[in-house]
Write a protein that binds this ligand. Structure first.
Ligand code: GAR
Length: 195
């Protein structure tokens, strides 16, 4: 089985990107990260890509806050295609993708979200779970479609909510679960992709 060329897209800290790159380096992942792209100029995820000597780029997002400028999204498709990417991994990407990407990479874009979807889509899902008085939350890997944090679910991991949990403490424990779940789920998807 050939390694699947991956492209990672993220806006922030990049801890999931690091987990994917580490499992790639240790040979567990049936994939090869070709490029890391961020819509945030100084996002730590780009520093992580440089640390692992992975080609990386800043994509100026344009004038919108919740999505990319249409031309920027067309540019993004081209950047991934030029890198030979066959599977796109969203790792803390905080904008909604539209048709240029969804059409170019149909059922080939994955996302990780810090809740047990369909519960608590949107921002700061761990806070939403705390406020709702849940006793368990977790994280979900899913295919990306045109709705926010929505699409067929690939894998989930539960994380208990402890008495007196803080938002920060809960999110940190969810992230530990994310770092195990995401590389494993990516591997499963890669194994099933046609050569
Ligand atoms: C992760 O917790 C991820 O689940 C969340 O952003 C964080 C990114 O962390 N994504 C979403 O909320 C998507 N709706 P990272 O930059 O350290 O990987």
């Amino acid at each position: 089985m050939k390694d699947v060329p991956l492209g990672i897209l993220g806006s922030g800290k990049g801890t999931n990107c690091r987990a994917i790159l580490e499992s790639n380096r240790s040979g567990v992942l049936a994939a090869e990260v070709r490029v890391v792209i961020s819509d945030v100029f100084d996002a730590p995820i780009l520093d992580i890509a440089r640390e692992f000597s992975i080609p990386n780029a800043y994509l100026p997002p344009g004038r919108f806050h919740t999505r990319l400028e249409p031309q920027a999204e067309v540019d993004l498709v081209r950047m991934f295609r030029d890198a030979g990417v066959q599977l796109v991994i969203l790792a803390g990407f905080m904008r909604v993708l539209k048709s240029p990407m969804l059409a170019a990479f149909s059922r080939r874009i994955l996302n990780i979200h810090p809740s047990l979807l369909p519960k608590f889509p949107g921002l700061e899902a761990w806070k939403q779970a705390l406020v709702a008085g849940e006793t368990v939350t977790g994280c979900t890997v899913h295919y990306v479609d045109e709705k926010i944090d929505h699409g067929d679910i690939i894998a989930q991991r539960e994380v208990p909510i402890l008495p007196n949990d803080t938002p920060e403490g809960l999110h940190a424990r969810i992230q530990i679960a994310e770092h195990e779940l995401y590389p494993a789920a990516i591997n499963e998807v890669c194994r099933k992709l046609p050569d």
